[in-house]
Design a protein around this ligand. Structure first.
Ligand SMILES: CC(C)(COP(=O)(O)OP(=O)(O)OC[C@H]1O[C@@H](n2cnc3c(N)ncnc32)[C@H](O)[C@@H]1OP(=O)(O)O)[C@@H](O)C(=O)NCCC(=O)NCCS
Length: 157
C-alpha cells in the first residue's frame, strides 16, 4: 500500500474548526438516515463537541494543502455504548483508497494511548480487512439504525 502523501498531516479538530462546515456536509450526505433532516443526529453539534484538547470527545482531521481530507474522533459510540470508540471516520470521496483511513486509525490509536486508555473500539460494516491488518480483533456484532449488521472490533493499546 502506498504511503499517504507527504503533504498530508493529521491534527486535532480543535485547531481546525474552520473545516466543520465541510465535514457537516460530508456527514449529512454519507449518513443521511442519522444526520439528514429527518434523522436523530446533529452533525454540527457532534463535531463541535469533539473540539476538546486533552479529553474525549476528541476529533482529528487530515489536512492537505489547506483542504480537509478526512476526519475521525474518539468518543462513546452511540450504537454500542462502548467508550472510547473510533467514531465518525470519514474520508472525503475524492481522497479514498490511498491509505488515509489507515493513517487516521493509527493516529486515533496513538491519541487514545496518550489520553491514558488501554483499549479502543470501533463498530463497522466496511473496514474489516483494514482493521485486521492493523491488529484489531472482532469481538461481537451490532445492528445499525439502517438495519445493516456490522461487527465490533477491539484494539488493545
Ligand atoms: C471506509 C473509508 C473510511 C475508507 O477510507 P480510505 O482512506 O479509502 O481507506 P484506506 O485507503 O486506508 O483503505 C481502504 C482500502 O484501500 C486500499 N488502499 C489503500 N491505499 C491504496 C492505494 N494507494 N491504492 C489502491 N488501494 C489502496 C486499502 O488496502 C484498503 O483496501 P481493503 O479495504 O481491501 O483492505 C472511506 O471509504 C469512507 O469514508 N467511506 C464512507 C464513510 C464510512 O463508511 N466510514 C467508515 C465508518 S466505520
Amino acid at each position: 500500500m502506498s504511503k499517504y502523501p507527504e503533504a498530508m498531516t493529521i491534527e486535532p479538530l480543535s485547531e481546525h474548526q474552520w473545516v466543520i462546515p465541510t465535514l457537516v456536509k460530508w456527514y449529512r450526505s454519507e449518513w443521511e438516515p442519522y444526520y439528514g433532516s429527518e434523522g436523530p443526529g446533529d452533525a454540527k453539534a457532534d463535531l463541535v463537541s469533539r473540539c476538546n484538547r486533552n479529553a474525549i470527545p476528541y476529533g482529528l482531521v487530515a489536512i492537505e494543502n489547506n483542504h480537509v481530507v478526512a476526519t475521525a474522533a474518539l468518543d462513546i459510540d452511540v450504537t454500542t455504548n462502548l467508550t472510547p470508540s473510533v467514531v465518525g471516520l470519514l474520508v472525503g470521496p475524492e481522497y479514498r483508497r490511498r491509505g488515509v483511513a489507515t493513517a487516521l486509525l493509527r493516529a486515533t490509536e496513538h491519541h487514545a494511548r496518550e489520553l491514558g486508555y488501554r483499549r479502543l473500539y470501533v463498530s463497522t460494516t466496511v473496514l474489516h480487512s483494514l482493521l485486521h491488518r492493523l491488529g484489531w480483533r472482532a469481538t461481537g456484532h451490532v445492528e445499525f439504525l439502517n438495519n445493516e449488521r456490522g461487527s465490533i472490533y477491539v484494539r488493545e493499546l
